[in-house]
Design a protein around this ligand. Structure first.
Ligand SMILES: Nc1ncnc2c1ncn2[C@@H]1O[C@H](COP(=O)(O)OP(=O)(O)OP(=O)(O)O)[C@@H](O)[C@H]1O
Length: 290
């Protein structure tokens, strides 16, 4: 639900451009071009677009992670416009600013399932951000918070003592989602939250995410290549193509009166049934096969 009144947006992007500074001799690559977008307090914005449209890059910048160096890969950098998250300017964000932002902004990377530490149990992986912030945090309280989120992402509590490789990739993605939520963020950036998640539980996970969001009233950017995922839990829909924002509004506004050619094409693929039949959770709760 979107908060009303004159509250400042949690995310305020004005004409933001982001490029990848190359580590090699190849030139910079502009992945996001002049995006203007607000995310209000308690608002959920779904971000869709084709592969390579710049969705993850924008999400990284909003999560304060537009600095990460991946060996051999370029480094995303805000190169134009302004991006403010929780009132903080994200361009040339220093270490301290970044630490403050990452405490309040949860980020589920697209490859969250693969990034889980293979030496940690599932419970340890989810709780790790708590202990990174406060090594003396009460273990009972942490265990309760972990159990609550494991249940919320539609996993059985028995997974808590398992190792990541004992779970399927869709289950691991849900563990990564729980980890992104453990510090009760004000803003969640979820990049493909249902990646690899079995179709029989996909809507259940989205409903659970929406319930949590309404309970805790956090704002969220839900990035998905699946239009039905984005429309089913979002207040507004944003559409990107080639780094440019080509559609923004409520799902009905964007898809029923599409202006841009790409959005017109997208609207033709619009799912007729946004909320499918309730799913049978038992199907997934038993299967842990990778
Ligand atoms: N580390 C990097 N170095 C250089 N270019 C990159 C890097 N990461 C992404 N890009 C390029 O930036 C563009 C946008 O990528 P991005 O991952 O943000 O798109 P996306 O919309 O999230 O796509 P997908 O849905 O496939 O993840 C792509 O052309 C991609 O090749």
């Amino acid at each position: 639900m979107v908060a009303s009144g004159d509250a400042l947006p949690v995310v305020r992007a004005r004409d933001v451009s982001i490029h990848y500074r190359s580590n090699t001799a190849s030139p910079e690559y502009v992945a996001v071009r002049g995006v203007t977008l607000d995310i209000g307090l308690g608002e959920v914005v779904g971000l869709v677009g084709e592969a390579g449209a710049g969705k993850s890059t924008l999400g990284l910048a909003m999560a304060g992670l537009a600095y990460r160096t991946h060996p051999g890969l370029g480094v995303p950098e805000i190169c134009g416009g302004t991006l403010e998250v929780l009132g903080r300017r994200m361009r040339r964000l220093g270490h301290r600013g970044r630490d403050k932002i990452t405490l309040r902004v949860g980020h589920l990377p697209q490859d969250g399932a693969e990034r889980l530490d293979s030496t940690f149990t599932i419970a340890e992986s989810i709780a790790e951000p708590i202990y990174r912030r406060d090594r003396k945090f009460n273990t009972r309280e942490a265990a309760d918070a972990v159990a609550y989120l494991v249940d919320a992402v539609r996993l059985p509590l028995s997974v808590m003592n398992r190792m990541p490789w004992e779970l399927s990739s869709g289950q691991r993605q849900r563990v990564a989602l729980a980890r992104a939520l453990i510090l009760e963020p004000v803003l969640l950036i979820a990049d493909e939250p249902t990646r690899g998640v079995d179709v029989s539980v996909r809507q259940g996970v989205l409903d659970a995410l929406r319930d949590l969001q309404q309970d805790r009233a956090f704002s969220a950017l839900i990035i998905s290549s699946d239009l039905s995922v984005a429309t089913s839990i979002s207040d507004r829909l944003a559409v990107m193509q080639h780094g440019i924002l080509v559609g923004l509004g409520t799902p009905a506004e964007v898809l029923e009166r599409p202006e841009h050619e790409y959005v017109k094409d997208l609207s033709r693929t619009r799912p007729t049934m946004i909320h499918p039949e309730p799913i049978d959770r038992t199907l997934d709760l038993e299967g842990t096969t990778p």
